[in-house]
Ligand binder design. Structure first.
Ligand code: SIN
Length: 486
């Protein structure tokens, strides 16, 4: 195996250390089901120590100038670029994604750090004309306080930097619980931030197998002023309930059920190419993965055949193989869910046009799968599949396509393909989603707001909105300024 480097202790107050109770968390390679490493397994006492460190670091970090914070972030961005090979290897080993995607994720993750190193300097307030001549009205933006960030395994680097970079830029300090499946990337990012000159305690990282207990410490402590989470909708709802106790601010990036709508006037070359990203990025394990492929019935057969041809050529296997485009599911549970969705669709009448089975041997692989004749009754149309399954349904009119696309409690990303400019406007305006890919299967980028409508979440990450999530607004009404110079 190629050599990788990452700390295995948790990061608290600038030091990497073992868990207070000596616990160890096993990290597995999902492509082989073999053990990769053991890292410190955080206990509630470690969560408290991390919070103490973040709380202690907060006054100095919030008082540093925006330019000083920006300089640390800039150096973090540069360290990530210098460590690109190692970070990519870590992600392929602990997440399973193909190396090419891991490199793309390092660049994506670093782009948030670069963007927010620049936005740090633009946390502008404003002055507002007052009704009385002797008064002044000032609006100030200030860091919200200590932030607890909880991140998923599907983007082990980017979901961390999309939260931590704006939090640090705003002047907040952070306690982070990375996903137990992918702690090595998180710890290496913490080490790179330390090397970039971040003061001790500004970022603290507690990997753990005891998510509820660790998060419970942070939710119960009023020193945590903000919770930012990417993960499932049920967990997001639970966090909302628990954050109510201390009225902690929340940003939630939750589940999706993305429709991918192909109108009869679409450029099929564009739509077929876009599926590769919108469906197969991270083997379909993304919240913005195209889950429901809705195709105009007059082009459905041609589109399906072209998809089958494209997907048949995609190689599945270990992400370390440069030819591989589709990696494994993260674990056995993830694979079982995908197979359950496929079996359910088949039992309710869907046709298997490609794949549909698990791949024998070590690791948690599922064949890239294409199903046609999919209906609303099937799980693939109602729940997030989180796997490499293309489920195709048809529609007869624009109104029906939009109604089918919006027929879900989720509202994260939607994709649609058309060459008609009027339809482009109409449909973009009527889709109840936070992110629209119009003739585009890859809308994610650091400078645009990412987040969902309805049960897909609260708040936005990235863009100028990404800083807002970590800033409080304070209004100063300044009286007795006078109207004349003395
Ligand atoms: C996600 O799956 O939540 C993140 C996808 C992205 O940032 O593109």
């Amino acid at each position: 195996m190629q050599a990788w480097h990452a700390p295995t202790g948790m990061l608290i107050g600038g030091d990497f250390r073992p868990a207070g109770d000596g616990g160890l968390l096993k990290v597995e390679n999902p492509a082989t089901a073999e053990s990769l490493a053991e890292v410190a397994d955080g206990a509630p006492e470690d969560a408290r120590a991390a919070l103490d460190a973040a709380h202690t670091a907060f006054p100095a970090w919030r008082s540093a100038s925006a330019y000083e914070r920006a300089a640390v972030l800039r150096r973090w961005f540069e360290r990530m670029q210098e460590d690109r090979e190692n970070l990519a290897l870590l992600m392929t080993l602990e997440n399973g994604k193909p190396l090419k995607e891991s490199y793309a994720e390092v660049d994506y993750a670093a782009s948030f750090v670069e963007w927010f190193s620049e936005e740090a300097k633009r946390a502008y307030g404003r002055t507002v004309p007052a009704t009385r001549a002797e008064k002044r009205i000032l609006v100030l933006r200030q860091p919200v306080g200590v932030v607890a960030a909880i991140t998923p395994w599907n983007f082990p680097a980017a979901m961390i930097t999309r939260k931590v970079a704006p939090a640090l830029a705003a002047g907040c300090t952070v306690v982070l619980k990375p996903a137990p499946e992918t702690p090595l990337t998180a710890l290496r990012l913490g080490e790179l931030l330390k090397e970039a000159g971040a003061p001790p305690g500004v970022l603290n990282i507690v990997p753990t197998s005891r998510a509820q207990e660790v998060a419970g410490v942070w939710l119960a402590d009023p020193r945590v002023r903000k919770i930012t989470f990417t993960g499932s909708t049920p967990v997001g709802k639970e966090l909302m309930r628990k954050a109510a106790g201390n009225v902690q601010r929340l940003s939630l990036e939750l589940g999706g059920q993305a429709p991918f709508v192909v109108f009869a006037d679409a450029d099929l070359d564009v739509a077929v190419a876009a599926i590769a990203t919108a469906k197969f990025r991270n083997a379909g394990q993304t919240c913005i993965a195209a889950n429901r492929i809705l195709v105009a019935h007059e082009i459905a057969e041609e589109f399906t055949q072209r998809i089958v041809e494209k997907v048949s050529a995609m190689r599945t296997g270990s992400g370390l193989d440069p030819q591989v485009e589709v990696g494994p599911m993260i674990n056995d549970k993830g694979r079982a869910k995908v197979l359950r969705h496929v079996d359910d669709a088949i039992s309710l009448g869907a046709q298997v046009r490609l794949g549909g089975r698990t791949i024998a041997g070590p690791g948690y692989f599922v064949e890239p799968t294409v199903l046609s004749g999919v209906t609303r009754r099937m799980l693939v149309m109602r729940e997030e599949t989180f796997g490499p399954v293309i489920a195709i349904s048809t529609f007869s009119s624009e109104a029906e396509a939009v109604a089918m696309a919006n027929d879900t409690e989720f509202g994260l990303a939607a994709y649609f393909f058309t060459r008609d400019a009027g339809r482009a406007w109409r449909v973009a305006e009527h889709l109840d989603y936070g992110i629209i890919g119009l003739n585009d299967g890859a809308p994610s980028t650091a400078q645009a707001p990412f987040g969902g409508f309805k049960e897909s979440g609260v708040g936005r990450e990235g863009g100028i909105e990404g800083m807002d999530a970590f800033l409080e607004t304070k209004y100063v009404s300044w009286g007795a300024v006078g109207t004349d110079l003395p």
